[in-house]
Design a protein around this ligand. Structure first.
Ligand SMILES: Cc1cc2nc3c(=O)[nH]c(=O)nc-3n(C[C@H](O)[C@H](O)[C@H](O)COP(=O)(O)OP(=O)(O)OC[C@H]3O[C@@H](n4cnc5c(N)ncnc54)[C@H](O)[C@@H]3O)c2cc1C
Length: 394
């Protein structure tokens, strides 16, 4: 039994993003006392889509969230890669049942606010008083073995363990680990969600479509049990460089960015007339190898902020949460548990971070070559999706 359970101060999770919430669920299910400190005054995830690959959906199912997750998700039956300039099909892959049979759990596509709300609801069910909203961490005082959290509102809190799940711009990482500047990639992700009822039939199929060409990428897939279509578009060589979910974009920017793409590809953009569009500048950061200092530990984007080209950032945060909660439940000494966590997670997260960077490079390369998508993609998919609750802790 972990001695952390006997300590007076609770475990502090900094950040109620997908990683922090998953961590809180894992810890609460192991019987730990947890406080989740979130800088926002209220929960309000933006309406973007997110893919949850089998490695992540297996963990949510193991926590008993499989049914509500399935009810809010779409499952793509095929994944098509298209030449955005000519409209030709480059590659079509079966997803749906094939992935579920291979990896033991579905590949889901969901609305972030729905997933976030599911996790918030589960934390509240397990511990109604776990959340402390409006608490922006600004500093950590005291020795690493007895950290004291300092918040912008003047509050201070002791913690038996501080879990930095405060995202890519982590204060925990900057104050007590490394504070290296991020590098702007010159890539932007545009994104928006459309109601399916207003779209022509060609978008209704349970199909994930990626249009590629000339260092640009336009992706769309259904979400919310087919009630919405998520659109994400990546472009290169831009100078606008703000990172954040709330940055608005104009349809004219998107039209301009995809000039030269065929009408079949760009047709979806016209449905954004009069609707909200957002943009996010993509920053690259070096992997951090040292995730543990005394009673401070990093998790999710705070530990491994990765580019979104493999759609694995949240999945890795959920894997981290499963492993951290699991080892804290297994080891008596917190230091042993944290060393075990780091040993199990650093190498995998580093590999996924570097593969995500490489996928971005490949996707934005000039020219189209089918072999790029089939060569090692199957191997990579296996290594990404195969791990599950048992093997991650085995
Ligand atoms: C365009 C795009 C598409 C993506 N698509 C996918 C996908 O399909 N699949 C996938 O798995 N991943 C995807 N990702 C990655 C995924 O969004 C992130 O990896 C994931 O959200 C990380 O979760 P997190 O909890 O670690 O960090 P965050 O989601 O950033 O959460 C951090 C939380 O901490 C809070 N916080 C920050 N600082 C403080 C502070 N000082 N004090 C208190 N609270 C604080 C924040 O308000 C926030 O609530 C995508 C990312 C982008 C940009």
């Amino acid at each position: 039994m972990s001695t952390l359970r006997d300590e007076a101060a609770p475990i502090a999770v900094i950040g109620a993003g997908l990683g922090g919430l998953a961590t809180a669920i894992g810890l609460l299910k192991q019987g730990f006392r947890v406080q989740v400190f979130e800088q926002a005054d209220a929960f309000g995830e933006v309406g973007a889509g997110i893919s949850l690959s089998p490695n992540a959906s297996k963990i949510l199912a193991a926590w008993g969230l499989g049914e509500p997750l399935a009810a809010m998700a779409s499952v793509p039956l095929t994944g098509n890669i298209m030449n955005g300039l000519t409209g030709e099909l480059i590659q079509s892959q079966p997803l749906g049942e094939v992935l579920e049979q291979l990896f033991g759990s579905p590949y889901y596509q969901v609305l972030r606010p729905d997933l976030h709300a599911l996790l918030v609801g589960e934390v509240r069910r397990l511990a109604p008083d776990a959340f402390r909203l409006g608490c922006r961490l600004v500093d950590i005082e005291g020795p690493e073995e007895a950290p004291v959290l300092v918040f912008a509102n003047g509050e201070r809190a002791a913690a038996s363990l501080v879990i930095g799940a405060d995202g890519a711009r982590s204060v925990v990482r900057a104050r007590r680990f490394v504070d290296e500047p991020a590098r702007f990639t010159g890539h932007i992700a545009f994104r928006g969600v459309l109601p399916m009822a207003e779209l022509p039939a060609q978008y209704h199929a349970p199909r994930s479509v990626v249009w590629l060409g000339d260092r640009r990428q336009l992706v769309h897939y259904p979400l919310d049990n087919g009630r919405a279509l998520n659109v994400v578009a990546f472009v290169s060589d831009v100078s606008w460089d703000r990172e954040g979910w709330q940055e608005r974009a104009e349809l004219s920017e998107l039209r301009e960015a995809f000039a030269g793409f065929c009408d079949e590809a760009t047709g979806v953009l016209e449905h954004f007339e009069g609707r909200e569009l957002y943009k996010w500048a993509l920053y690259d950061r070096e992997p951090v190898d040292d995730w543990v200092r005394g009673r401070l530990v990093l998790l999710g984007d705070a530990a491994h902020p990765m580019l979104p080209y493999l759609g694995q950032g949240a999945a890795m945060a959920i894997e981290d949460a499963w492993v951290l909660a699991g080892v804290l439940g297994q080891h008596e000494a917190p230091a042993d548990a944290l060393a075990d966590y780091q040993a199990r997670r650093v190498e995998r997260a580093r590999w996924v971070l570097l593969e995500s960077r490489e996928a971005g490079r490949r996707f934005h390369e000039p020219g189209q070559d089918e072999s790029r998508f089939s060569d090692d993609a199957a191997m990579r998919t296996r290594e990404l999706f195969a791990p599950g609750p048992a093997s991650l802790l085995g």
